[in-house]
Design a protein around this ligand. Structure first.
Ligand code: CAA
Length: 260
C-alpha cells in the first residue's frame, strides 16, 4: 500500500498508523485523511491485526488539527462535505472491530483531538496538549468534537474547553479522564505496545465483542445496552475461545486462544 502522509506498519499483530506531515504539524489535509481511511479500511478487513496504535511523527505534534490553509477558502457546501467526510473517516476508527490505542505525542488540537477521542483510549506524552480551538477561527469542531468530548468528559467541561478555546495540558487531561495515562515521550510507544500485548493475550473474539458492547451501549439507553450485552455474552459460549479459556482455568494453565 502506498501512502503520502502516514506511515503504516503491521508487526506481530499490532498495526501502527503514524500521521506524518511534519512540516505542517501533522495537520489533516484531504490527502492525509484519505491515507488514514485507506489504512483503517485495510485493518477492518485484516485477520492479522489484533490491536491498532495511532500516533504522530516527531515529538511535538500528534495532529494540530484540520489543515487551516486548505480549508480557508471553502464555501459552506465544500466545508460541509469536508466535515462529513472527515467525521466519517474518524467514525470508521471508532467502529474498527480491533481495539485502538491513541498514543498522543504532542499537540492534539481540533481534528487531532477528534481522532484521539474516536480511539478506545488515550495515552499521552507529558508534553501533550489537547484542545478544540475552532471557535478562535470562527468555526466549530467539525470531525465529531462537540459530541465525543461531551461524552468523554461531561458537557460542562467540554463546553468550557470548546467555548473558551481553552487548551489543556496532559496533567489536566488525565485529571478530567480524557487520557488514561501520562508518560515521558520516550516511554509513550512502549507503554502503548505493552498494553496492546496485554490485550493480545486475551480471548480475541471476546475482546472485540466487549468493545462492541461498550460502544453500542453508549448509543442507547442502559436497558437496551444490557440486553445487547446479555445476547453477546451468550454468543461467547459458541466460541472455541470460551471452551479453551475456561478449560485452561480449570487445568491451571495459560489459555491458548485461536480467535475462533
Ligand atoms: N493547519 C495548517 N497548518 C498548520 C496547522 C493547521 N491546523 N497547525 C500548524 N500548521 C503549520 C504552521 O502554519 C506552520 O507552517 P509554516 O512553517 O509553513 O508556517 C507549521 O505547521 C508549524 O506550526 P507553528 O509554526 O505554528 O508551530 P508553533 O509551535 O509555533 O505552534 C501550534 C504550534 C500551537 C499547534 C500552532 O501551530 C497552532 O495553533 N495550530 C493551529 C491549531 C488549530 O487551530 N487547530 C484547529 C484546526 S480547525 C479543525 O481542526 C476543524 C475540525 O474540527 C475539523
Amino acid at each position: 500500500m502506498e501512502f503520502e502522509n502516514i506511515l503504516f506498519t503491521v508487526e506481530e499483530g499490532i498495526a501502527t498508523i503514524t500521521i506524518n506531515r511534519p512540516k505542517q504539524a501533522n495537520a489533516l489535509n484531504a490527502a492525509t485523511v484519505r491515507d488514514i481511511e485507506k489504512a483503517v479500511d485495510y485493518i477492518a478487513g485484516s485477520k492479522d491485526v489484533q490491536v491498532v496504535i495511532i500516533t504522530g511523527a516527531g515529538d511535538k505534534f500528534f495532529v494540530a488539527g484540520a489543515d487551516i490553509k486548505e480549508m480557508a477558502d471553502y464555501n459552506p457546501k465544500q466545508a460541509g462535505d469536508w466535515g462529513t467526510y472527515g467525521a466519517g473517516v474518524i467514525t470508521k476508527i471508532e467502529r474498527l472491530p480491533q481495539p485502538v490505542i491513541c498514543a498522543v505525542n504532542g499537540y492534539a488540537l481540533g481534528g487531532g483531538c477528534e481522532i484521539s477521542m474516536a480511539c478506545d483510549f488515550r495515552y499521552a506524552s507529558d508534553n501533550a496538549v489537547f484542545g478544540q480551538p475552532e471557535v478562535g477561527l470562527g468555526i466549530i469542531p467539525g470531525f465529531g468534537g462537540t459530541q465525543r468530548l461531551a461524552r468523554l468528559v461531561g458537557p460542562g467541561m467540554a463546553k468550557e474547553i470548546i467555548l473558551s478555546n481553552q487548551n489543556i495540558d496532559s496533567a489536566e487531561a488525565l485529571r478530567i479522564g480524557l487520557v488514561n495515562k501520562v508518560v515521558p515521550q520516550a516511554e509513550l510507544m512502549p507503554a502503548a505496545i505493552k498494553t496492546a500485548k496485554k490485550i493480545m493475550k486475551q480471548g480475541p473474539v471476546a475482546v472485540q465483542i466487549a468493545k462492541k458492547a461498550i460502544n453500542n451501549g453508549l448509543q442507547c439507553d442502559i436497558i437496551t445496552g444490557i440486553q445487547f450485552e446479555s445476547n453477546v455474552f451468550g454468543l461467547c459460549f459458541a466460541t472455541k475461545d470460551q471452551k479453551e479459556g475456561m478449560k485452561a482455568f480449570m487445568e491451571k494453565r495459560k489459555a491458548d486462544f485461536k480467535g475462533e
